[in-house]
Design a protein around this ligand. Structure first.
Ligand code: GAF
Length: 400
């Protein structure tokens, strides 16, 4: 989702004044965040566990009804506008518009009447960094239209609609984690989601002595989406094989390391490694949550390192840039845990860093990355924030 950076303090004002300038009415404003994932990677589509949180990298929407049958949309950071009829909604050639149209299509499929509306959206979620800017856009619009047209749709249904929008209009067969985290984020908490039952539990995430630091490789290898879909297929192949012996296995969530080991000879070695990783990662999420309950951040961090090892060697979704950063972080005594985050093949590593050594860490990582790849590393200190919400706006104070 191609959006440029912007500073949070002026973002709402800028977007609202652009809206007024373009559409001459008073909008509602919605804020929708990107996400981090502490642990539990590539487990969501295997009906396993994830541990994400919404962060202070966000997309803002200004939206108002326009009394027509048209969506008039403006992508603030790209300075691009486009109008779309809401009769017979289809995928567009305009990439950014598909995230909006996908949501509209889902609402219509569910039988909701989507009347004409105007929308300006923009934000500060870095693009291609694996922080789920597309989920933020989908969730923000779904939430905004639900409010505007008083559909009264359950928040969870909005999450599913946002995910379907991604499948059908962005053509990425993602799991549910990103949209869930964007919508259900809770300030200073991580959320453990069971991606099968969709039950969830918040865990306080103590940031007194630590910071979540994202190191953005600035690369996105072209393999990313094709390999994502291949991994999904490999997992399904593994499940089909296990099912012959264990009919109770419906997804890798139900598999154990023992089951895999018993039948290793029947597996293609690559599929075997993929399945092993997923089963181990699921166990790690459970154990990491116990670490959080005990306040044992050292043990928690160790699981992040182990997760990276699995993603690098068994699931093979990492890349040299991510491996370099994860290895370097592992050697630093400023870091409790680090790993690649999200789909892989680029984007960010997530690092749990001691607050007292934050500057030193950032300096060391930036220097080393520059030397190795001749790329200026970007680092973000993530704060954990609430999920998608309305932003109260006092129009009496706003410039026209
Ligand atoms: C991407 C997907 F969108 C998520 O659903 C998830 O599978 C993640 O990759 C890997 O954990 O962000």
């Amino acid at each position: 989702m191609p959006l440029a950076l912007n500073t949070p303090s002026t973002m709402v004002e800028d977007i609202v004044s652009k809206f007024k300038q373009l559409y001459r009415s008073e909008p509602i404003v919605v804020r929708s965040p990107g996400r981090v994932n502490l642990i539990g990677e590539h487990t969501d589509y295997n009906e396993g566990f994830v541990l994400p949180a919404a962060i202070n990298k966000e997309i803002y929407f200004a939206i108002a009804p326009n009394g027509t049958q048209t969506m008039r949309a403006h992508a603030y950071d790209l300075e691009e506008s486009a109008d779309f009829s809401l009769e017979n909604v289809q995928r567009s050639q305009i990439g950014w518009a598909n995230y909006l149209l996908g949501v509209v299509a889902q609402l219509q499929k569910a039988g909701h009447q989507v009347k004409g509306f105007d929308v300006v959206f923009g934000g500060n979620i870095p693009i291609g960094a694996g922080l789920s800017s597309s989920a933020a856009v989908e969730c923000g619009l779904a939430y905004g239209l639900d409010y505007l047209f008083a559909y009264n749709i359950e928040k969870f249904t909005l999450v599913k609609m946002a995910q379907k929008a991604e499948h059908e209009y962005a053509l990425v067969m993602c799991g549910i984690m990103d949209q869930f985290a964007s919508m259900y984020g809770k300030r200073n908490h991580v959320v453990k989601l069971d991606c099968r039952s969709l039950e969830y539990q918040y865990y306080p995430f103590d940031m007194a002595d630590y910071r979540i630091v994202l190191c953005d490789t600035q690369v996105k290898h072209s393999l990313a989406s094709s390999e994502y879909n291949t991994r999904r297929q490999e997992c399904e192949t593994g499940v089909a094989l296990l099912q012959k012996h264990y009919p109770e296995v419906h997804s890798l969530r139900d598999a154990t390391l023992d089951m895999l080991a018993q039948h290793q000879a029947e597996f293609d070695p690559v599929v075997y490694r993929r399945c092993t990783y997923v089963v181990q990662e699921n166990l790690r999420v459970e154990e990491a949550c116990q670490d959080l309950e005990r306040g044992d951040m050292t043990a928690f961090g160790q699981k992040m390192f182990a997760s990276h090892q699995g993603l690098q060697h068994d699931y093979e979704v990492s890349c040299p840039e991510l491996d370099f950063l994860a290895d370097l972080a592992k050697k630093s005594d400023a870091v409790l845990g680090a790993r690649m985050m999200g789909g892989g093949f680029g984007g960010c590593t997530i690092n749990l860093v001691k607050l007292a050594q934050l500057e030193e860490f950032t300096r060391q990582m930036t220097q080393a990355y520059q030397q190795q790849f001749n790329i200026t590393l970007k680092t973000y200190v993530a704060e954990i924030v609430d999920g998608t919400r309305l932003v109260p706006i006092d129009f009496s104070k706003k410039k026209a």
